[in-house]
Design a protein around this ligand. Sequence first.
Ligand code: 5GP
Ligand code: MN
Length: 362
Amino acid sequence: MPLYYTIDTKMNAIASISNIIQPRKVEQVVDAINRAQNIVITTHRSPDGDALGSSLALYHFLQRSRKNVKIIVPNSFPYFLKWMSGAREIEIYEYNPTAAQHILMHADLIFSLDYNISKRVGEMAPFLDKSPARKILIDHHLLPGENFDITLSYPEISSTSELLFRLFYQAGKYEELTQVEAECIYCGMMTDTGSFTYNSSDPEIFEIISLLLRKNIDKDTIYSQVFDNYSEARFRLLGFTLSQRMEVYPELHSALLYLSKEDQAQFRFSKGDTEGFVNYPLSIRGILFSTFIREDDDLVKLSFRSLKSFPCNEFAANYFHGGGHLNASGGEFYGTFEEAIRIFKDGLKSYEEILKSIATGL
Ligand code: 5GP
Ligand code: MN
């Protein structure tokens, strides 16, 4: 793998970051930005830390480059991501679809960050597809869609934010990167790796963190803003879910968390309150696969997490038209909550052999 060395004389930093992005693609993106004036950044429904971190870092970078730039997200996002600089300037499609459609149709360049196909932006998708703008995908999910002019799809990279950093770095823009941009990138890298507890053994991740720290970011404060920011209601909902709404199937090395609308109402549920719940059962000895099923207004939302080689993206695709990564995936179900739970349980049985063989290391 060719290495790209930076010697920063001012700060004595020497980093070796591989040129994972093909140099030709870096040039294409830089050229597309240079030619564009009205740029729109989009990301997936229910944006998470990586979706918002990468979008905001690119937003600030483009603003500094004197572009007219807007971020449009399909729906709102949780309060523990609102501290990021620029978060309050984000347009939320659901709140004003007509205005957002107008922006999309008049853009000359659209970035799609942290999703692979336009279906992931929900009701915004037809307008994204119809827009005459050039389109650039920057993403780390498998199976990128075809309707992009430039595709930067690297599923082996653990976050879109890391990928965006690599793009900046390879384009020779590290020196000019600001503290705010570095904060947004760090937030995305941190949230998509469970605070560097999974998908994060590549030493270059820590080289990148080191380069971000040199921009004077305070990583401990970033952690606290995201993870030490529970409302009392959210914290109690977590306790309730773990004690009253968890089923553990030791022989299947699996666990299920589930919350009905009634349960959520009891704890004054607000957006993002259940973010991260699905990870907890993986802390139980022997559990390899965790599922969280939440009844929403007009659909049932499912989240899956796994350890080792259990393919929760395949499980999501097989039973819930979903997808994602090997160890973190999701899906949606249009039917009743009870039906979703039943389909999950039936599906789980057919994975019994696979789960047992992974658990025993065979
Ligand atoms: P979460 O459980 O945090 O909502 O989602 C985890 C990962 O699963 C996301 O990063 C995304 O890759 C994937 N994912 C979540 N929901 C869906 C969905 O409805 N469809 C697809 N294709 N992927 C999803
Ligand atoms: Mn991501």
